[in-house]
Design a protein around this ligand. Structure first.
Ligand code: GLU
Length: 290
């Protein structure tokens, strides 16, 4: 195993079945971790009940198993981690590093779309909770896509860490969980490439060790439209994993070995894996029947 040990992860939201787009994130993160002799963890990001579909988490897990994508260790469910998120928020509030905000979407639009921090000194006791963003990370080096930059305004924004409806924000949960699990490298789709700056801000502000990042090209049905559970991308089939696995390997620019079952295909693909063969476009159009 590499030193320090490589720990990667796949972190699906249970908003529907695994489709070709999420299979790419699962497979890419799996191959990278296994090719480096590392661990590959799975975390179910189930802290947004309005977007969740009953049974989807189990369905995703059964699909990973059918595809031979076997994870290490215990599954983590974010819904069981809310105590840790709230404790962090309580500390931030107590230290003046977070504050309540009551601005509406319309008000933020009128500010030009980036929140200007106006509630910071108003002493609200309810509303959304925003981090007082000290770290303001505006760029990072992606392991595949190279230098990634966001605008100064976006980087400096005091963004939401707990929503006014009481739900914990993805940015907070993902950082708390990646840090807790000791993730050394995050491999996921390019839809989250800019969110990485926010996450790096939190890692830095919380004094956590930052992971490296690799963002994979997104499978898109059309320019700017990633395949997603929301646009009803066809689920991959648990009963016949091979065509989708071969297509996902080809999408990632990897050799597609001749193999009869997912396990032998994956063990060969792990041996052959090459990061530098993955295309560096952020989006790749695919046939939407995939
Ligand atoms: N849960 C997110 C999703 O399904 C992915 C989060 C991540 O990989 O950081 O889109």
């Amino acid at each position: 195993m590499s030193n320090p040990p490589y720990i990667g992860r796949f972190a699906p939201s249970p908003s529907g079945s695994l489709h070709f787009g999420s299979l790419i994130a699962a497979l890419g993160s799996y191959l990278r971790a296994r090719s480096l002799g590392g661990l590959w963890l799975v975390r179910i990001e189930d802290i947004d009940p309005p977007r969740e579909v009953p049974g989807a988490a189990d369905d995703i897990l059964r699909t990973l198993e059918a595809f031979g994508l076997n994870w290490d260790g215990e599954l983590v469910y974010q819904s069981q981690r809310t105590g840790a998120y709230q404790a962090k928020i309580d500390t931030l509030l107590a230290n003046g590093d977070a504050y309540f905000c009551q601005c509406t979407r319309k008000q933020i639009q009128a500010m030009g779309g980036v929140y200007d921090g106006r509630c910071q000194h108003l002493g609200h006791q309810s509303g959304a909770i925003r981090i007082k963003n000290h770290a303001r990370v505006a760029h990072f080096q992606d392991g595949l896509m190279g230098e990634v930059r966001v605008s100064h305004d976006f980087a400096a924004e005091d963004f939401i860490i707990k929503r006014s409806d009481g739900l914990y924000a993805y940015q907070l949960a993902v950082v708390m969980d990646d840090a807790e699990a000791g993730i050394t490298e995050v491999v996921r789709g390019c839809d989250l490439i800019e969110a990485s700056c926010r996450q790096l801000s939190l890692f830095s502000q919380f004094g956590f060790k930052t992971p490296d990042y690799i963002h994979l090209p997104l499978a898109c049905a059309d320019v700017g439209f990633k395949l997603s559970k929301q646009n009803h991308a066809t689920p991959v089939s648990k009963d016949s994993p091979m065509p989708a696995l071969r297509a996902a390997l080809a999408f990632l620019g990897q050799q597609v070995p001749d193999a009869a079952c997912p396990q032998s295909l994956l063990s060969q693909a792990v041996m052959d894996f090459s990061l530098s063969r993955i295309p560096t476009q952020r989006e790749i159009l695919i046939d939407s029947d995939s």
